[in-house]
Write a protein that binds this ligand. Structure first.
Ligand code: SF4
Length: 199
């Protein structure tokens, strides 16, 4: 079994999207295939861990679910790996550049690619689209251009990196509120883990 390079593993509440407030084990995998200016994750770091080592790190928590995040988790996560975690509900948070393994139970896509790429990678749809938005960035596309989803969110970017990553940018928030009001079923999602300063 190959090892996974892991930035961090922690237990917290899902801070955003349709499952906000749900106790979850976060496994943040290293590496990304993009380099977004607003990225708040140090995905270059990481420690190689075997599946057994990851299980030992997570099985002490009472959560039902794992959130595989990153970085971009599809760069490392495979069905072969997920077989070892099938007693959990496995969710993924992906940038949409790659298809996700079929053993994933819940897909959240925060797209950084065009709707055409999303349709190719997610022919059966996703559970949740969560578009990050900041002033000067593109608003989400028409729902008709996207693969099917159960939930559509727009999520305002915070001010920046380091300490500022905990500060909401009011202009981004206002634009997202107006977008949601004018474009149901899009909804506002706030990164409450940053507001609460929980991980
Ligand atoms: S896709 Fe996500 S993890 Fe990768 S650089 Fe962009 S924000 Fe960061």
């Amino acid at each position: 079994m190959k090892k996974l390079k892991v930035v961090e593993i922690f237990y917290s509440l899902q801070g955003e999207g349709a499952n906000v407030g749900t106790p979850s084990i976060f496994i943040r995998l290293s590496n990304c295939n993009l380099n977004c200016w607003f990225c708040d994750t140090d995905w270059n770091k990481g420690t190689e861990m075997t599946v057994d080592e990851i299980r030992a790190a997570i099985d002490k928590y009472p959560a039902f679910g794992i959130i595989w995040t990153g970085g971009e988790p599809t760069l490392q996560l495979t069905n072969e790996v997920l077989e070892h975690f099938d007693d959990y509900i496995n969710a993924i948070e992906t940038n949409g550049t790659n298809p996700v393994p079929s053993r994933i139970d819940y897909i959240t896509c925060s797209p950084k690619v065009t709707p055409e790429v999303l349709k190719k990678n997610f022919p059966d749809g996703v559970d949740e689209f969560r578009y990050p938005y900041g002033v000067g960035e593109q608003l989400p596309p028409d729902i008709g251009d996207l693969p099917q989803a159960t939930n559509y969110f727009i999520s305002p970017l915070f001010l920046g990196k380091a300490k500022e990553r905990f500060i909401l940018n009011p202009r981004n928030v206002n634009d997202c509120i107006e977008f949601a009001k004018n474009n149901p079923p899009w909804r506002l999602s706030l990164q409450t883990h940053k507001i609460l300063k929980i991980r």
